[in-house]
Design a protein around this ligand. Structure first.
Ligand code: 5AD
Ligand code: SF4
Length: 480
């Protein structure tokens, strides 16, 4: 996909982490490769959790594995194509292993699995198991069936309640936390049916987890050293989970509950829909200090005609009004969005309206894509498809404006002191990298090693296109 990467759709991430060994049981090895959004990253960890009690440890390459699972994304075309080319490689690997008297079980999970079902096995006979996103708690049984020679195993039901109920309790999850930041899925599925989008078909209708279960998981994360939690959902601000009185609670209420947990210093949420930015959530941005001043609020287009054809259920003016209210609540909030260019029927004037909206809002960062027809969605069969070259040209114009805004925002941070949560080592020796409240990457040279996993005040010295550079403020530097 050209252009910026979307964490909700393009963050391919193999999982090199290894779980501890599982007692006396013979060790079997699983490799899970994750494509797409943070939701898939979270799901992959939960798949490792359900396989661990069966004696499976994570390995970092398919060559070492007895079981390979590809956890796939279907949001745009290339992602599915990447899966099929990976399956081609796995076919060769399996043949190799079989010739050495070893076996390999290949499973496909996630949204491509859900969308294509049994068709996957016809196109790629190497696939033993097809398992949709709502059924991964059944993975141990499916793997056992495949191990006993079972063929054509396809599990693509929508028992979403079963899935969360069947996960190991948080304290028994080996993969629960791997650093100071974590994802936590609070909501799944979507009832909005935007005409370009596969999510309502692959993830099913909206489901929210009860507040108490989410709070338990958040407490376990805090105990495991997590300082920042990102709440996940395809339509996260449509959250309406049960509270302790059995009533539906909003995302704003959930955020206030989680903010009371000791150890959790930062909360974020993604991805939201403009229609679901309610007053409680906006008030949380004003009143909950732990809620970071960052909002990813996809608008997709600035043209009312296109928004209508997309079935977005809002206008450009409605979006701008929400932005104004959020900014009134939290003046320094950094805004992010998703854009699609070249939706069927998009004229130059429609596209210009998107550029106008971007100029009006001023985004701190954004993700943008060429429209890609997804089979089974209403927009895919519309006649007025925009030619590829025109989509590419518009994407380039859009991205150069968005990049300009991002760089301007980063540069405007120079001279400020920001709190940074250091979550990884940099490329240079002695360098640590963390996140500002506005989700920018901040590089710190000659950093004391104890800061990894900690939050510290950093004076920003320079802002660049994609990151910031700073130094510790004096009180922190004194600890070096
Ligand atoms: N074509 C292009 N972009 C898409 N997205 C979703 N479906 C499509 C599609 N068919 C983008 C939207 C969404 C983000 C996760 O992916 O911008 O917000
Ligand atoms: Fe897809 Fe629209 Fe639902 Fe977002 S709100 S997941 S774009 S259908």
């Amino acid at each position: 996909m050209p252009g910026q990467k979307n964490p909700m759709s393009e963050a391919d991430a193999a999982r090199p982490d290894k779980a501890p060994s599982a007692g006396a049981a013979p060790q079997k090895k699983i490799f899970i490769k994750t494509y797409g959004c943070q939701m898939n990253v979270y799901d992959s960890s939960r798949m490792a959790d359900v396989m661990a009690p069966e004696g499976y440890v994570d390995v970092s390459s398919p060559e070492e594995a007895d079981v390979v699972i590809l956890n796939t994304c279907h949001i745009r075309e290339r992602a599915a194509e990447k899966v099929y080319s990976e399956l081609g490689r796995l076919r060769d690997l399996k043949a190799d292993k079989v010739s050495r008297g070893e076996g390999l079980i290949v499973g496909v999970a996630g949204c491509v699995a859900q969308a294509e079902g049994a068709e996957m096995q016809r196109r790629a006979p190497v696939v033993d198991i097809v398992v949709g996103p709502q059924s991964y708690h059944r993975l141990p049984g499916l793997v056992a069936r495949a191990g006993n020679g079972g063929r054509g195993i396809v599990e693509t039901e929508f028992p979403v309640e079963d899935k969360f109920a069947s996960l190991p309790a948080p304290e028994r999850r080996k993969t629960l936390a791997r650093g100071p930041t974590a994802f936590l899925t609070i909501q799944e599925g979507c009832d909005k049916f935007c005409t370009f989008c596969v999510v309502p078909y692959t993830r099913g209708s909206e489901f929210s987890r009860p507040i108490a279960r989410i709070a338990d998981e958040a407490r376990s994360l805090a105990e495991a050293g997590v300082r920042e939690i990102t709440l996940l959902g395809q339509n996260v601000n449509a959250y309406h989970g049960e509270d302790e009185n059995g009533r539906a609670a909003s995302l704003g209420t959930l955020i206030r509950t989680l903010a009371d947990i000791d150890g959790i210093e930062r909360l974020r949420y993604t991805t939201s829909h403009p229609r679901d930015m309610d007053a409680e959530l906006i008030a949380a941005h004003a009143e909950v200090g732990k809620l970071m001043p960052y909002l990813h609020l996809p608008v997709q287009s600035g043209s009312d005609e296109i928004l209508d054809r997309m079935n977005r259920q809002h206008t450009a003016e409605f979006y701008l009004d929400i932005i104004a209210r959020v900014r009134a609540a939290r003046p320094d909030i950094a805004l992010s969005s998703d854009f699609i260019v070249g939706f069927p029927g998009e004229t130059e004037a429609d596209f210009e309206a998107t550029l106008t909206l971007i100029r009006e809002v001023g985004f701190a960062q954004a993700y943008s894509f060429k429209y890609s027809p997804r089979p089974g969605t209403p927009a895919a069969t519309r006649e007025e498809q925009v030619p590829e070259e025109l989509k590419a040209e518009r994407l380039q114009r859009l991205q150069s404006l968005l990049n300009e805004q991002q760089e301007a925002f980063n540069k405007s941070c120079a001279g400020r002191t920001l709190t940074v949560l250091f979550d990884r080592r940099g490329r240079e020796p002695g360098q640590l990298v963390g996140r500002s409240p506005y989700l920018q990457s901040v590089h710190l040279d000659h950093a004391p090693a104890h800061l990894l996993g900690e939050i510290a005040d950093v004076r920003i010295e320079a802002g660049f296109a994609n990151s910031l550079r700073g130094r510790l403020v004096a009180s922190e530097a004194a600890f070096v």
